[in-house]
Design a protein around this ligand. Structure first.
Ligand SMILES: [Zn+2]
Length: 326
């Protein structure tokens, strides 16, 4: 499939160099190289260098300058060959000046005291605004998701003892009970139910005003992607679907999901909204969906921006249509 233009976090940016992860001496050698760079995360927010333009790739010396890292991970090798690390700074490295978060955008104002050349920007704003080159945004997605996991897994979930960072930041090992813990990625299905010339969209109360999107939900244990798609649409809108077709996927580091985009073939256009999950859900005609995408809907309604896979599900169906293979 052709790359989806503007979709965030999906650049195949790097050789992940997994073959070095179990070789500490080699990881140390890579870390000591002059071209090694670090992506810094503090309190779940990327720390960027802010001069003529924003840059997420900082010299390794910044880690020590900012008080040392709680965790470091080898993310891989950039196309230039430069080693790329992720580092989790202690919470005390940054100060929170205010918090205007609205459940959608992270609107905390975080600063590094005495360092006007550094700026903390939440990753959703970076992706929506195109503030960094796509490959850096993709690297940050990996760094943020991985460091989010480390920050909350300092104790073994099996026996409760403190555990240790292992294999270059890609595992945590418990010396007491011997358990090994791997970073999580949580699968989420996001699906566009279609019926002839109409598609089903909903809005969650936390969405920006006027935004309608594809329905979504976590895949549960013991469930296939197809079953999760059918279940979520049935639960949230009481719509029964037959065929389910995979479209594309997207890493979604809020905090650590993989969005699995699908189309679903609805049996009818009846709809009954689950008001606990959704503020509204309804069918939109193809013309209306195009108006949402092009931001000219008469009621001021809109689709998500191109950084999100929902935009591309809508776009594919609205402009090209979709054939279901039963
Ligand atoms: Zn343990």
């Amino acid at each position: 499939m052709a790359p989806l233009e503007g979709l965030g976090f999906v650049v195949d940016w790097v050789d992940r160099a997994a073959y070095w992860r179990e070789h500490p001496a080699e990881v140390a050698r890579l870390r000591a190289r002059a071209d090694a760079r670090a992506l810094l995360i503090a309190r779940d927010m990327p720390v960027l260098h802010n001069s003529e333009r924003l840059d997420s790739l900082l010299p390794m010396s910044e880690i020590e300058a900012l008080g040392g890292a709680q965790v470091e991970a080898l993310l891989g090798l950039a196309p230039s060959g430069a080693p790329i690390f992720a580092a989790l700074l202690p919470d005390e490295a940054v100060e929170m000046r205010s918090d205007g978060s609205d459940g959608f955008f992270d609107r905390r104002i975080l600063v590094v005291p005495g360092r006007d050349d550094l700026k903390l920007v939440d990753l959703r704003s970076i992706a929506v605004g195109g503030l960094l080159p796509p490959d850096q945004t993709a690297m940050l997605a990996a760094a943020k998701a991985l460091m989010h996991w480390h920050a909350r897994r300092r104790f073994c979930s099996n026996c409760g003892s403190p555990d240790d960072v292992a294999v270059a930041g890609w595992r945590r090992d418990c010396k007491v009970c011997g358990a090994t813990h791997f970073p999580r990625t949580d699968p989420v299905v996001i699906m566009l139910a279609v019926h002839g010339e109409a598609c089903l969209l909903g809005r969650q109360p936390r969405f920006p005003k006027g935004m309608y999107s594809a329905l979504a939900g976590f895949v549960e244990p013991g469930e296939t992607i197809e079953a999760a798609v059918r279940r979520e649409i049935r639960e949230e809108a009481a719509v029964t679907c037959r065929a389910v077709q995979y479209f594309a996927s997207q890493p979604w580091p809020f905090p650590a999901s993989l969005m699995i985009g699908c189309f679903a073939q609805a049996e009818s256009r009846s709809v009954e909204v689950d008001r606990v999950e959704l503020e509204d859900a309804r069918w939109f005609s193809r013309e209306e969906t195009i108006a949402l995408l092009e931001r000219r809907h008469p009621d001021g309604l809109m689709a998500p921006t191109p950084m999100a896979i929902a935009h591309h599900l809508l776009k594919r169906w609205a402009y090209k249509g979709i054939e279901f293979s039963e």
